[in-house]
Design a protein around this ligand. Sequence first.
Ligand SMILES: *Cc1c(COP(=O)(O)O)cnc(C)c1O
Length: 389
Amino acid sequence: MNSSVTRPIPYGRQHITEADVQAVIRTLHSDFLTQGPQVAEFERRFAEYIGVEYAVAVSNGTAALHLCALALGVQPGQRVITTPITFAASANCIRYCGGEVHFVDIDPATALIDLGAVRRLLESHPRGHFHGLVPVDFAGLPVDLEAARQLADEFGLWIIEDACHAPGGFFTDSRGQQQRCGNGQLADLAIFSFHPVKHIATGEGGMITTNRRDLYEQLLLLRTHGITRDAQRLTRPDEGGWYYEMQELGYNYRMPDMLCALGLSQLQRADEGLARRRQLAARYDAAFGAVPAVEPLAEAAGHAYHLYVIQVADRRGLYDFLRSRQIFAQVHYIPVHTMPYYQQLGWQPGDFPRAEAYYARCLSLPMFPSLTDEEQQYVIDCVLEFVGQ
Ligand SMILES: *Cc1c(COP(=O)(O)O)cnc(C)c1O
């Protein structure tokens, strides 16, 4: 084994530089710990990076999803479609508002929601039966939002793009235009997370992006208790300088200034990190290209590689073997419909055979910008050793 490999190797990890640390320290010396100038600046720069009109920083990706569902008016009895191969929060946000989650199986080549199957489900019910769609850019592979938008327009749905895995990712639409994940051209709203394993890591943190001004204004209200100080919006504008109004039942889902400073500092390295992720993916692809026992998921030019997923026959065996070699691979994801909570709501193992077949064989290998070539080679060697190559 190569002695330059510092173990254990996780599947994902944050990369914090001295500049990041200094950015946070500067805010600690400033007048603002929560909602200060770094919040607005992070929102502005993030929107610029994604190529979208509006961005709203919130306390985490799950809060982002919750606010999106609230802003779109999800209510008890409404039905929303998502994929079983995602983190539970993509579905839970609908439950927070009392809505019903309807899962649709994946396309086995990509592990993304199968939009053909979504169409068949929509066509088998009267228009108005379903209200929304939450597609997920799983692993960093962008969903074909042009096709999703077509369905949404035909059947009267809104779209929340869960782009947690794909900042900087894109797909090419039918006119040859690159559509960047979260750019608001096709989805009504998109969300991102700044959890430590994600591309931009602030500990906790999230972002909502949109081109819709109505939703943007609603999100600003909902993020801060439903309270406004905007003189234009007050019902009693002459009450006095202290006056504010709570106009809706909102939440405290703010992202603090110091974490936005960290996000801003990390955003400057976003392209560099993405380039390294793509380079690591290309090296894995090359290493496994001639090994039939190791099947990587589909690749794409605009893939953002939050995860590098392979499928193998003996996933449990490989997981345990890698762990014994201090490589902490991970499984993404346990199908959400098989979670006991969703089983209580009537879903069962067997409902989505392609998602379950994928789950039985999938494993996410280490993928993060600070993974060195030597460390990656060690991972590759261990995988090949296990499958007997
Ligand atoms: C990380 C993640 C979330 C939730 O983000 P948090 O910031 O951890 O709340 C939601 N959806 C997906 C697909 C994620 O990967």
